[in-house]
Design a protein around this ligand. Sequence first.
Ligand SMILES: Cc1cc2nc3c(=O)[nH]c(=O)nc-3n(C[C@H](O)[C@H](O)[C@H](O)COP(=O)(O)O)c2cc1C
Length: 297
Amino acid sequence: MSKKLLLKDAHIEGIRYFETYRKQGGYTAAEKALKMTPDEILEEVKASGLRGRGGAGFPTGMKWSFLAKPEGVPRHLVVNADESEPGTFKDRYLMEFLPHLLIEGMLISSYCLGSNVSYIYIRGEYSWIPDILEEAIEEAKVAGFLGKNILGTGFDLEIYVQRGAGAYICGEETALLESLEGKRGNPRLKPPFPAVKGLWERPTVVNNVESIAAIVPIIDITGAEYAKIGVGRSTGTKLISACGNINKPGVYEIDMTITVEEFIYSDEYCGGIKDGKKLKACIPGGSSVPIVPANYY
Ligand SMILES: Cc1cc2nc3c(=O)[nH]c(=O)nc-3n(C[C@H](O)[C@H](O)[C@H](O)COP(=O)(O)O)c2cc1C
């Protein structure tokens, strides 16, 4: 079923820019969140049932609740924008067309987690996206949604964009942290997990771009409402980057009630297979997942 929470304004011309994003109601979720306590936000995220959109599907609220909070030690939010799985491009789409959605999500998440310096670690090959993100960060700063004493709340936040050098392994969160620290991107042994010892040995949460963007509608409509969308433990909406031998490749937002067959053949989404051919198989989640033959749909 078509349900748009993340991409509802993606078609609007100029939505990449602060003024247009704001006119469409952008940053109202952040204004709402900054009036809540960090614990209240955490409860909303837990209630939403949101599971990480970076691959493993780990519950985001639970991950956030593991973050160590020792007195006087800075903590960090790191957004994983490494997206190197062949055939995937949904995070790129979000950053390219809706950079303020990610920044607003980062503002709410950073406030909840107590991170005053947060990072976006982006795949090196996405060479044109850092400029878009940095322009949006600057706009948000001028408008008072980043920097010092955001909206007079006393909360400070800086966001930095760090480019990777094109290594697939740097999508793995601990390799990413090594790379972000300026070292070769080798994965670290776990434990300790990043929530205890992450970036520069400080407590760190690493989340995917889409997971952080989803925090905006969760605060907007409440966690309970978000949890009503989807099926079973797969709550909310999900972005799917569809490519291959289909009529309408692109990024689509679905809820999980739709079958693969419907998704591929429906005119609302992929519009079927080229030259009326029949589906043989598809790769449902990048090349790390098994190929699923058509008789399983
Ligand atoms: C080899 C490897 C590559 C990965 N690549 C990515 C990636 O490109 N983007 C991503 O968000 N997560 C990637 N992950 C998962 C991350 O380690 C981490 O679980 C994820 O960023 C957490 O975000 P989430 O909880 O929001 O899903 C990868 C994991 C492995 C093992």
